[in-house]
Design a protein around this ligand. Structure first.
Ligand code: IPE
Ligand code: IPE
Ligand code: MG
Length: 214
């Protein structure tokens, strides 16, 4: 039995399909997804997950239509503005990993301010933005380690992907070497406490041999 993962990473997928199924614009799905993230962060606090890393926007997601990309950037800015007080109250450290230089300047400033304000806290919310796990330029182990956006983070114990896709989509490729994986068909906006508990219960049953013997 493994208890509760210290570091939980989530690939928040399925917002678009959730919206499509309801005849709504994709952005409505992203808005619902942002609310799911707030709930999941609260559950992490309740059960004792110390670090929650979420994949919010990949380096490949820039290829989406301009409207959707702009809408997502706006939504991220709103998320930071609306969640700031709660993060401070709950003493959650906020960090971004990824190519932050790709982000709009106003969003970058908001991120930097919140990172500075919360830097001393122990619980962490890490948001992967314009994130890709494999920098194409560098290929040796040492170079990889130097390239990590947050080398101090422990590797994720459990990676959850919603929406039934059995792939990592360029998320934490280096750090996932011995992570346990959990894929659920639930679309991210529908990810509820029962789905969260199923993921953690599955993790608790895993035999983490890490290459050792049984
Ligand atoms: C995940 O939902 C959020 C982002 C990648 C920004 P999607 O937008 O990928 O939703 P689907 O996969 O189209 O349902
Ligand atoms: C992965 O989802 C990225 C995020 C959840 C932010 P995508 O929807 O972009 O991944 P693919 O295209 O299904 O691999
Ligand atoms: Mg998707």
């Amino acid at each position: 039995m493994n208890g509760v993962p210290r570091h939980l990473a989530v690939i928040m997928d399925g917002n678009g399909r959730w919206a499509l199924a309801r005849g709504k614009p994709r952005l409505a799905g992203h808005r619902a997804g942002a609310e799911t993230l707030e709930r999941v962060l609260a559950w992490c606090g309740e059960v004792g997950v110390e670090i929650l890393t979420v994949y919010a926007f990949s380096t490949e997601n820039w290829r989406r239509p301009k409207d959707e990309v702009e809408g997502l950037m706006r939504l991220l800015g709103l998320f930071l503005r609306n969640r700031r007080a709660k993060l401070l109250e709950d003493r959650v450290r906020f960090r971004v990993i990824g190519r932050r230089d790709d982000l709009p300047p106003a969003l970058r400033r908001r991120i930097a301010a919140l990172e500075a304000e919360t830097a001393a806290f122990t619980r962490q919310l890490v948001v992967a933005l314009s994130y890709g796990g494999l920098p194409a330029e560098e290929r040796t182990d040492a170079a990889f380690a130097r390239c990590l956006y947050a080398p101090d983070l422990p590797d994720p114990d459990l990676i959850v992907r919603t929406s039934g896709e059995f792939r990592l989509s360029n998320f934490l490729l280096w750090q996932c070497a011995y992570s346990e994986l959990f894929v659920t068909d639930v679309l991210w906006p529908d990810f509820d406490r029962a789905a969260f508990d199923r993921a953690l219960a599955s993790y608790a049953r895993r035999d983490r041999r890490m290459g050792g013997h049984a």
